[in-house]
Design a protein around this ligand. Structure first.
Ligand code: ADP
Ligand code: TZD
Ligand code: MG
Length: 569
């Protein structure tokens, strides 16, 4: 060290990264250690940050992505170079696709060697690879740029339509030193990272005129509405306008699912019969049959209003008669101010929808009370429905095929952002990452309901749940396979490729790491086991034995499977 360096107070890349994150209120990191970021994690812990280590970067990444959704602050995932980076990249793409703010920070190898492709340790041009799946990607070469780079990453992830941002930190950066005072001055506290985007007044006029003239209006709430945290105004908009609403799966609970205006149990009816549909933070993608086809009314008979922060979302699949570009909080507040005592509530239509909902709920009710052994989906989920009704503050994490589709329609959610699931891609593997982040970010009890296949994607993270002693109760719907456990192999002696070892003891995966493991075969046993888990707040895995014949191919989206016309097998 030079004498000049000795006489100064110095800082370095490690500490500048930490100081920049902390200055911006980012105090929780999800990741996996290794070269060149092991010491970064250590120094983060020393600086009082919470650093949650996973067994695989993908799950750390999913945790970061859902932390972003739950808090509106970018969730941060920290990985090593090439393979660790690639493992985290699925989650970064997932965050971008789902419009969640997230930052993937990966260490990388020596630029000079990587760029000449000379075979460095874990060599890869990570920046180039990340670009196609994220909203923005940055690399920092000099310690004095760390502050500005982290500010740019936060702003890119949070503003406008939120998404995933990649930040590449080459190994050499961490040990670069600079004068401490200059280092401090180089940091940037991001002011207003997600500025309001006020809608144009004429776009509100257009939308309100359309809505007011509608005979059979419908509001569809998507996860963008849940993300926006404009809960009270969204509820008031529905109630004051008297318009039935349909929640997309992660918007369930914005209004309680047993709300008289909920059209959740009359989905087919309202999508077909509505004359004006207002989308709030929901895209007309595959989950809404792209706004056309037999799910919807005859072409041209329905008009759409779309509220979204992303202008390019308008007319993405069909014509939008009244595009409203702005942030949901601002838009909904303005709409509310236009609903006075002269507002024509569509009472007859709303009553018609409600009676359909009541019919469907009544039809389903007896099936949910069955105490079959082994359980079917209705019996098991009927039991869990009662659990959530008693403890509506619980966060429900849900993945699988039948396990997902049945749980979505059976388990009512009563509070905003209490249901998190497979999202826009219908991805398997979010289970443990989401569970960890939900518990860490909110302190609430988590109930994770996953198929046995879905659980397998992140199952090793049960150790992470146990290590941090999180109040996570995982219920594995064990039907011996993907969709069903009954398939046989038509062409050989290997098991059918959709099946697993029969009667696997998933419960032992929890006991292996000091958690509680229980095997249950009836809804009554399931109820008792979940109640015990909630009372103790201990990490618990309940192996719930489901009739292997009960499920259907691909749950409720079997229609998306291509069909062979020649069927050679
Ligand atoms: P879902 O799957 O529930 O239908 P999507 O993920 O398809 O929901 O849609 C969410 C939409 O919400 C995205 O188009 C996104 O741009 C939008 N969005 C996210 N946050 C906001 C916000 N604060 N204001 C307005 N729109 C938002
Ligand atoms: N890989 C990834 C990452 N996401 C996916 N969605 C799939 C594969 C395909 N897939 C589904 O769409 S659902 C599913 C897979 C493998 C598992 C369904 O089985 P399960 O649920 O045991 O989780 P059920 O209750 O048996 O239907
Ligand atoms: Mg299964």
């Amino acid at each position: 060290m030079s004498s000049e360096a000795q006489s100064q107070n110095l800082t370095d890349g490690f500490h500048l990264v930490i100081d920049a994150l902390k200055l911006n209120g980012i105090n929780t990191i999800y990741g996996v250690p290794g070269i060149p970021i092991t010491d970064l994690g250590r120094y983060m812990q020393a600086a009082g940050m919470r650093v949650l280590a996973f067994r695989h970067e993908q799950h750390a990444g999913y945790a970061a992505s859902i932390a972003g959704f739950l808090t509106q602050k970018p969730g941060v995932c920290l990985t090593v170079s090439a393979p660790g980076f690639l493992n985290g990249l699925t989650a970064l793409a997932h965050a971008t696709t789902n419009c969640f703010p997230m930052i993937l920070i990966s260490g990388s190898s020596e630029r000079e060697v990587v760029d000449l492709q000379q075979g460095d340790y874990e060599e890869m041009d990570q920046l180039a690879v990340a670009k196609s799946v994220c909203k923005a990607a940055f690399r920092v070469l000099h310690a004095q740029d760390i502050g500005i780079a982290i500010a740019r990453a936060i702003r890119a992830a949070s503003s406008g339509r939120p998404g995933g941002v990649y930040l590449d930190l080459p190994a050499k950066l961490f040990s670069q030193v600079m004068d401490e005072a200059k280092g401090k001055a180089s940091l940037v506290k991001v002011l207003d990272p997600a500025p309001k985007q006020l809608p144009a007044p004429e776009s509100i006029d257009r939308a309100m005129a359309l809505l007011k003239g509608a005979k059979k209006p419908l509001i569809i709430l998507g996860k963008g509405a849940a993300y926006a945290q404009a809960d009270a105004d969204i509820r008031a908009l529905v109630e004051k306008s008297g318009i039935p609403y349909l929640p997309m799966s992660m918007a369930k609970g914005l209004l309680p699912d047993n709300h008289p205006l909920s059209a959740g149990a009359a989905r087919s009816l309202v999508l077909k019969d509505a004359d004006v549909v207002m989308l709030i933070g929901a895209r007309l993608n595959w989950l809404l049959s792209h706004g056309k086809g037999k799910t919807w009314g005859a072409a041209g008979t329905q008009k759409f209003i779309q509220v979204d922060i992303e202008p390019r979302e308008m007319d993405s699949n069909i014509e939008i008669a009244a595009p409203v570009v702005g942030d949901i909080g601002s838009v909904v507040a303005q709409m509310l101010s236009r609903i006075g005592s002269d507002w024509p509530k569509p009472t007859a239509w709303a009553q018609g929808v409600k009676s359909k909902v009541d019919d469907n709920v009544a039809k389903m009710a007896p099936r949910l009370k069955n105490n079959n052994n082994p359980m079917d989906y209705h019996g098991a989920l009927g039991a869990l429905k009662e659990i959530i009704k008693d403890k509506p503050e619980t966060i429900l994490v849900n993945e699988g095929a039948n396990t997902l589709d049945f749980a979505r329609s059976i388990i009512d959610i009563y509070q905003p952002r209490k249901r998190i699931d497979v999202g826009t891609w219908g991805i398997m593997g979010i289970g443990m990452g989401y569970s960890v982040a939900a518990a860490v970010e909110t302190g609430q009890q988590v109930l994770t309901v996953c198929g046995d296949s879905a659980f397998g994607f992140s199952g090793m993270e049960i150790e992470t749940v146990c290590r941090y002693k999180l109040p996570v109760c995982i219920v594995v719907f064990n039907n011996n396979g993907i969709y069903r456990g009954t398939d046989t192999n038509p062409g050989g002696t290997d098991p059918a490729w959709t099946t697993f070892v029969k009667d696997s003891h998933y419960d032992m995966m929890a006991t292996a790491f000091g958690g509680v493991g229980v095997r249950v075969t009836s809804p009554d046993e399931l109820t008792r086991a979940v109640k015990a888990a909630f009372a103790s707040r201990q990490p618990t895995l309940i192996n719930a034995i489901i009739d292997e014949k009960a499920g259907t191919e691909s749950g409720r989206i079997g229609n998306l499977n291509p069909q062979s016309v020649v069927k050679k097998a």
